[in-house]
Ligand binder design. Structure first.
Ligand code: MN
Ligand code: MN
Length: 463
């Protein structure tokens, strides 16, 4: 083949045993981490442990900042801003890797608990873009917090320990599904069908009418000290009660829940944790709410990033003014670390082969996302794409570039557009994935390790 050709290939071809061992060891840590920390709150908590161990300190502990300092800030328990201060003045810009740590799931409604036909259930409202049928008839675990008036927070985590009970959403048996099977997928499973089964034993209390519901409330009150009204001040999420597992005879892949986008969040976290004395200030930003449009004060559309960055600048330079923050943003570069679509051999028709990512083909660049003529996309500038590719090549990072599926079939977005609005250079760059947004997403181990290497190389890069 001519050396003028650009050819994509599987990263495990010609890999050294030493590099392969690094890939597998990194991914084993990743597998355990995403099994232990399934929600944005849990991931933020796990991140703080990693950062503290690596010598990072909470922002309020600093009176001033100098090169080499390692600092983190937790946004309302659901997001992480972690920085290593660079040798160059921070106003010359930062190197940011931003990922999101929320994933599609099943949230509770504010008045969730009811009883019907002798069964107690929760009414739910799904979070993010899901194919609803995938969330029925699988084991679910319940994670989150109940904040009691007065401020006491009760943490709930049921269904992931082998000794725990699990929960599930029912579906119609095939024998009686003639009508259901004639409907489209979108019509056959409605949001109001996604009710989670909780219990089936009646209370012995003669005075109550809903006896099964009463019994569930009694159990919740005994275990957590909560009452029905406390659901109003809770954030509880049902997620698949699966452990992330090695996938395939060759263990080359990982199957697990919520890899969009923890499969980029974890490498970003480990990159900043292992970043020492970078030339420019290196930041890992882990945000919430990407799956519902990056809304809210824990999402990328909020002023949170600017506020914390401004604080970093004021602690670094002393005579802070707003122009310093503006200049810093203009001079900053970002990898929007989010998953992309991997070519699925069972559904090749949704992709265009020449411009699809291959599983274990390396870290994936998406110059743009969007839909129908790039609408809603932040289309990275060619000059910046060249800069990023150059960084990856110098750091021996295997990479590939692709689109999100066939033209005009659909599309999607990431935090890139909101980063671009801050006047930074940004490109989407993450791990290709199969069965995105399903309860059991598939990623390639080589790609995950290349994400770590790529993000670390980017954080350390000068300009
Ligand atoms: Mn994502
Ligand atoms: Mn997503």
């Amino acid at each position: 083949m001519s050396s003028l050709f650009y050819e994509r290939k599987n990263g495990f071809d010609n890999i050294t045993e030493e590099e392969k061992a690094k890939v597998f060891s990194f991914c084993e840590d990743y597998r355990k981490f995403i099994t232990d920390y399934k929600t944005e709150r849990e991931f933020a908590k796990g991140s703080v442990e990693v950062l503290e161990k690596a010598g990072f300190k909470e922002l309020s502990k600093f009176d001033s900042l100098k090169a080499g300092d390692k600092v983190y800030y937790v946004n309302r328990g659901k997001g992480i801003f972690a920085a290593v201060i660079g040798e160059k003045p921070i106003t010359e810009g930062v190197n940011l890797v931003g990922a999101h740590i929320d994933s599609p799931r099943i949230d509770l409604k504010p008045n969730p608990l009811y009883e019907d036909s002798g069964i107690a259930l929760f009414k739910t409202h799904y979070y993010g873009g899901i194919k609803k049928y995938q969330w029925t008839t699988i084991p679910l675990s319940l994670h989150g917090v109940v904040v009691k008036p007065g401020g006491e927070t009760v943490e709930i985590n049921v269904g992931d320990s082998p000794s725990d009970p699990v929960f599930t959403i029912s579906d119609i048996l095939p024998h009686l599904a003639q009508d259901q099977m004639k409907k489209t997928l979108g019509e056959a499973f409605t949001g109001e069908n996604l009710n989670v089964i909780l219990g089936n034993i009646a209370s012995q209390d003669e005075d109550v009418t809903e006896k099964v519901k009463a019994n569930i409330l009694k159990i919740l009150n005994d275990k957590y000290g909560i009452e029905e009204i406390d659901f109003v001040t809770s954030e509880l999420e049902f997620v698949p009660a699966f452990e992330a597992r090695d996938l395939g005879f060759d263990r080359s892949m990982i199957a697990g829940y919520g890899q969009d986008d923890r499969v980029c969040g974890y490498p970003a976290l480990m990159a900043v944790a292992n970043c020492e004395k970078p030339e420019r200030t290196a930041i890992a930003l882990l945000v919430d709410k990407e799956e519902i449009g990056s809304m809210g004060n824990t999402g990328m559309q909020s002023k949170h990033f600017e506020n914390v960055l401004g604080k970093l600048i004021s602690l670094s330079v002393g005579n802070y003014n707003d122009l310093m923050l503006r200049e810093c943003l203009t001079n900053s570069i970002c990898l929007s670390a989010d998953v992309g679509v991997a070519l699925d051999p069972s559904y090749p028709e949704v992709s265009e082969k020449k411009n699809s990512a291959i599983l274990n083909g390396g870290l994936l660049l998406n110059k743009y996302t969007g839909a129908r003529g790039k609408s809603g996309a932040s289309d990275a500038n060619a000059e910046f794409v060249a800069e990023v590719v150059d960084i990856f090549n110098k750091n021996d990072v295997k990479w590939q570039i692709a689109e999100l599926g066939r033209v005009d079939l659909g599309g999607g977005g990431t935090i890139a557009q909101f980063v671009a609005n801050l006047d930074m250079e940004v490109i989407d760059c993450g791990v290709p994935i199969l069965s995105m947004h399903s309860p059991y997403e598939v990623t390639g181990k080589f790609d995950i390790y290349m994400a770590y290497k790529g993000y670390l190389g980017f954080m350390n890069a000068g300009r």
